[in-house]
Design a protein around this ligand. Structure first.
Ligand SMILES: [Fe+2]
Ligand SMILES: [Fe+2]
Length: 312
């Protein structure tokens, strides 16, 4: 199939492994799904730190389940990316460990307090939900299938984060103030999660033209703001003065993008932020720690041959 035909046919779940697709499409889809899979791994790693900090056994159990979900999402997505025949799962994991692989801005910042749990679990996952819901209609069918399961589980994550936020905002005055301070720090990062309206990246236009991406950065951020500003205010959080939020003529909310630190955002997107080195290094150490499992499996596979099939 040539690129022109791909653009003409582009639509929800239009293409799959049975189609012969141009390299440009397969590479763009791989790039997008790999970024998503990497973000699931790195988000899960950040979230893992909350298990120790969680104040009760129930919270620890719920957090552990959430981390398992995130790593599961990553596995599903690496497999969905592999169906494009561009890179293997092992190659993508290696790229993440060496710092070549990219992932979402919010997961480059270190976390060190329980107050940050609702920032990731409620607001970042809430933002991710906005984006992922639109990806159920992506043109690469294995990616859309993965989104069915991912979105179902993200619904639980957001409820989990909301429950922590509600509990903390019903705490003492000092707890509420601490929560507000944490929110002030995270709010601009969360708004940048969607990227700038006029993305400098050339990848986006192509991804939309071939149906891989179905909503713009601006549409996603607006949809997030309209849904999450009322939610934040409902629990008693004040939306910071900067970056300025304004209402458009059509009644939707938007942010004054010049109020956001895009220099930091682009440094992060190149994996050059000070926190990036720490997070990627931590990922690499964990990957190295289980290298012996991979080696043992490879040795076993080459000596034992294919797994025997059970008779019916
Ligand atoms: Fe996830
Ligand atoms: Fe999640």
């Amino acid at each position: 199939m040539d690129l022109e035909t791909v653009m003409e046919r582009a639509g929800p779940r239009e293409f799959g492994p049975g189609d012969e697709l141009p390299e440009k499409y397969r590479k763009a889809a791989t790039r997008m799904i790999q970024f998503h899979a990497n973000s699931e791994v790195m988000g899960g790693y950040l979230d893992k730190t909350f298990t120790r900090k969680a104040p009760s056994l129930d919270r620890k159990l719920a957090n552990t389940a959430k981390v398992q979900d995130e790593i599961g999402h990553a596995q599903l997505l690496y497999r969905a990316a592999e169906t494009l025949d561009v890179k293997t799962r092992a190659e993508m994991l290696d790229e993440l460990a060496t710092g070549e692989g990219k992932f979402l801005n919010c997961f480059h910042y270190p976390v060190d307090s329980w107050y940050e749990a609702p920032m990731i679990d409620f607001f970042v996952d809430g933002g991710a939900m906005r984006r992922q819901a639109t990806l159920k209609s992506t043109s690469w069918t294995p990616y859309a299938h993965a989104m069915d399961k991912v979105c179902f589980e993200e619904g639980f994550h957001v409820k989990h984060g909301e429950s922590i936020l509600r509990e903390l905002m019903n705490g003492s005055k000092a707890t509420q103030e601490r929560m507000q301070e944490t929110f002030d720090v995270w709010w601009p990062r969360i708004l940048q999660f969607f990227g700038p309206t006029n993305d400098e990246s050339v990848h986006d236009d192509f991804a939309q033209a071939v149906g891989l991406k179905t909503a713009t950065n601006d549409e996603l951020r607006t949809s997030f703001l309209n849904m999450y500003i009322p939610k934040a205010e409902k629990y008693g959080l004040e939306i910071p003065e900067y970056p300025r939020i304004y209402e458009r003529d059509d009644g939707t909310m938007a942010v004054r993008e010049d109020d956001l630190d895009w220099k930091e955002f682009w440094t992060i997107s190149r994996n050059e932020y000070e926190g990036s080195t720490e997070q990627i290094g931590s990922r690499r150490r964990r990957q190295d720690a289980v290298e012996w499992v991979r080696e043992s499996l490879e040795t076993w596979e080459s000596s034992a041959g294919p797994t025997p099939q059970t008779a019916d």
